[in-house]
Design a protein around this ligand. Structure first.
Ligand SMILES: [Zn+2]
Length: 451
């Protein structure tokens, strides 16, 4: 049944659903298919026009931003360049938590808005609001980027997710059936041989052509499939998102599924920020929807090739605008161009969350993720690792021992961390069977508990 369904879904169900629900998704998606190939300069003009319109809008309709403009002593007309924009203060997660619904623009009824709640690395949730239209425009954008993987509209999808939201009622099931492709799920909060066997059975019936999930979950699935000697799952595309994709994880996923992984970066607050295309030469920034800045610690912009804190302005959400929002990740902009011909500029990969950087005695910082990558690939017998910096020179290293683990591994690890953080550093190795995940199913590579 599913072999015929993608054509029917693409040609009939999806447009019909869009028409009944007045969704702009398909119309806008067609536009995005064209704009991605505009020259960068033209895309930057569209981006700047949207930004200027947003600034004018918030100055007239949003009390929270009116006050911000006033205290910065500027008006939207004063903002003519990225440099001018930097006169507006950065927006932190703490400010969003403190102001909440007071950040919603006049004329929007909260009860009519969609709400997204993010888990947040510190366990403190953020609540974001947007209109259904904004959500559909984001979906259109996600659709464009999903197509970069080789998947086609209407074809079944496999999602590897923590706590997947499944349709509960008959109405929700029907809605999903009509509006989107069939989706099968593997809950990453509980990956076991039994759950993977069930998932594989379902896969063989539904035949998804796209597999979608957190980087580490895709890696765990690939390892499980290898262990269970299952080699007949052949998607056209794999999209890894929401977590950094470590090189050894990418290599294993690509080996098991026999195709390349598309790495994608985004967050719940603003949706898709950047994504690799089929050429895998960097991540294309979604500049039709976002104005993205990369900043140094002193809030000046970094040079191309230099890591900087990622700051985004969401050009699509007028209900609860996010202007100069600090995502708390670090990424590297680049002026390289991709051979695919798209005008969307590139960034290199994300180098980690701000909170996941560890501090050396001299005050310099190290991305926890690069230490993880170095140790996991260097020392045999380590399945997973998490670094917790409890004091400046005190670390707890949680390890999940794997095949080939031996007592020597612990000594080697201690030596390695002393080498990076100084001989007098205390390193406590804690052997555990599993590293606890956040409620989203992701796990943190490193945690810096220093104030
Ligand atoms: Zn490209």
């Amino acid at each position: 049944m599913f072999r015929l369904m993608p054509f029917v879904r693409r040609g009939l169900f999806e447009p019909l659903h869009g028409w009944i629900s007045h969704s702009p998704k398909l119309r806008y998606w067609r536009e995005l298919e064209k704009t991605q190939f505009y020259p960068e300069e033209k895309l930057r003009k569209i981006q700047w026009r949207r930004l200027s319109e947003l600034l004018r809008y918030v100055a007239e309709n949003n009390d929270f931003y009116c006050r911000r403009f006033q205290s910065a002593g500027i008006s939207p007309q004063d903002i003519q360049s990225p440099e001018d924009l930097r006169r507006l203060p950065l927006l932190t997660k703490a400010e969003i938590r403190a102001n909440g619904q007071a950040m919603i623009s006049r004329g929007f009824a909260v009860e009519r808005l969609q709400k997204a709640k993010t888990g947040g690395s510190t366990g403190k949730a953020l609540e974001l609001y947007f209109t259904e239209e904004c959500s559909e425009l984001r979906n259109a954008c996600a659709l464009r980027h999903n197509l970069w993987s080789g998947w086609n509209r209407g074809e079944p999808i496999a999602a590897i997710w923590g706590n997947p939201v499944l349709p509960n009622t008959l109405k929700e099931t029907l809605r999903q059936f009509i509006s989107g492709p069939p989706v099968i799920y593997l809950d990453t909060m509980a990956v076991s041989s039994a759950s993977v066997a069930r998932f594989v059975d379902e896969w063989r019936q539904v035949k998804p052509t796209l597999i979608f999930g957190h980087a580490h979950s895709l890696y765990l699935l690939a390892r499980k499939l290898e262990e269970m000697r299952i080699s007949d799952l052949c998607p056209k595309g794999i999209i890894s998102s929401s977590m950094m994709l470590l090189p050894h994880e990418r290599a294993k996923i690509e080996e098991i599924f026999g195709i390349k992984v598309i790495d994608r970066y985004g967050c719940e607050e603003v949706s898709l920020i950047a994504s690799e295309c089929e050429k895998h030469e960097g991540m294309h920034l979604n500049i039709e929807h976002l104005f993205v800045e990369f900043l140094r610690d002193d809030d000046t912009p970094v040079a191309d090739g230099e890591p900087g804190r990622i700051v985004v302005t969401d050009l699509m959400n007028r209900a609860m605008p996010l202007i100069r929002y600090q995502v708390e990740d670090v990424g590297v902009p680049t002026n390289r161009h991709c051979s695919c011909g798209r005008g969307l500029p590139l960034m290199e990969n994300v180098t980690g969350r701000v909170a996941d950087f560890l501090v050396k005695k001299d005050g310099s910082r190290v991305a926890g993720v690069s230490l993880i990558e170095n140790t996991l690939t260097r020392f045999p017998g380590l399945d997973q690792l998490q670094i917790i910096q409890t004091q400046l020179q005190r670390f707890v290293i949680r390890i999940v021992p794997g095949k080939g683990y031996e007592g020597q591994t612990v000594k080697e690890l201690e030596k390695y961390f002393k080498g990076v953080f100084g001989e007098e550093t205390e390193v406590e190795i804690e052997k555990i069977s599993d590293i606890p995940k956040e409620s989203s199913g992701k796990y943190r590579f490193s945690i810096c508990a220093l104030k």
